[in-house]
Design a protein around this ligand. Sequence first.
Ligand code: ATP
Ligand code: MG
Length: 460
Amino acid sequence: MFPDLPAPVARVLGALRDAGHEAALVGGAVRDRLLGGRPDPDDWDVATSAHPDAVAALFPAHSWDNRFGTVTVAGTPSVEITSYRTEGGYRDRRRPDEVRFGASLEEDLARRDFTVNAIAWVPEDLERGTGRLVDPHDGAGDLDRRVLRTVGDPDERFAEDALRLVRAARIAGRLGLSLDAETEAAVRRRAADAGTVSGERLRDELLRMLDDPMPSRPLGLLERLGLLAVVLPEVAALRGVPQAKALPGDALDHTLRAVDAVVSTDRALRLAALLHDVGKATTLADGHFIGHERVGAELADAALRRLRVPRSIAAPVVRVVRHHMYSYDPEWSDAAVRRFVRRIGEKDMPLLFGLRRADDAASGAADEAGEVQAELERRIAAELASSGDVLRHRRLAIDGDDLQRELGMVPGPRIGSVMEALTEAVLDDPSRNRRDELLRLARELDPEAVTDGTAPGADG
Ligand code: ATP
Ligand code: MG
């Protein structure tokens, strides 16, 4: 089944076996290979009879999650090694009260979430990639039938760990499986429990949904199962909010189309597309969404904090949600283009423009809008080439100290407003960004400033 096992995976399986342990491939790699027609994953899952301490000793340089005894061997692809285990009760619906290692492969498969995820491939000849499948819960049969079903009683399994509710939507949505009737009924009954799962774990599942080539499939299923309202109520609230766009549907349909329209795999961009219109749920008045980008930025910020998304990703996402409604007009002067660059900041521009393209595509307006957008980007590139210093660092040839020294201005808000006016002047005409010119201008702006060179500290 795996004649072309990636070298890092073969190395891990071989090293465990040479040390006298059992080792098997499990999880997504086996599932997706049986299903066929899917690329191999970037992360492979290996289960082993070796105790976590023995695994850690075999792969000493690699990261080890102590609590769950998982060793991740970094590389391309990376390999996650878990020791066979059984799990005790789940009183808090989040993590097992007790994990017991030293279980058998069959016991380990029984604690896994879905039958299609509980199939192991035990290698026989690693060179030739031959081995046998261990599939006690007929996951292969469910794959043939294209059904997602829990291992054992769905109510119990979701009660143990509510993250499995979200995983059901992710895996079924991605693979185009339908939920077995009892599994689906249990998901719907228990949907609210997803709210008890930690932000970090929800984040990881959501980000993996966004990694999908077509995120609307898992996200759409998440909504249909009643889970989106629990994990991302801001986005779920867009259902039923009317839109006047060339393409049909409401604001949630538009949002999901925008996420699908993102061409890169950049997570910040996909998050931005998912959250760009969340302000629309509460701002509709007289057929317009007044200030939805401001409200949306606040809601997006709250959602990203709740989901523990690192600030390095969340902060730019919030900023581009805030700015996504800019409307460029070819009539803009060069100074207007420079002001735009300064307001947005050069580093957020790829994200903002990627969002705009996805938004336009999802609005059915990509063609006309694309030309105009391309022109804006050309003009920005030209301004950055000629006036980059001013635009990048907002750097003026003088600063507030110069105003005090040369003009005798006293510290206070007046200095700030003169600096602001000088900045505006330089944005209008970057050639004015010279010390003599700006001091002259400052004197004009602030006639009360001492101008005869006798100010304290002025040295003429
Ligand atoms: P992907 O291909 O997206 O990685 P995956 O099924 O491999 O999907 P992982 O999160 O990598 O998902 O988990 C690996 C395996 O661990 C799963 O296939 C499943 O057997 C088991 N597993 C993961 N999370 C849970 C959970 N919350 N409850 C029970 N079993 C789980
Ligand atoms: Mg996996």
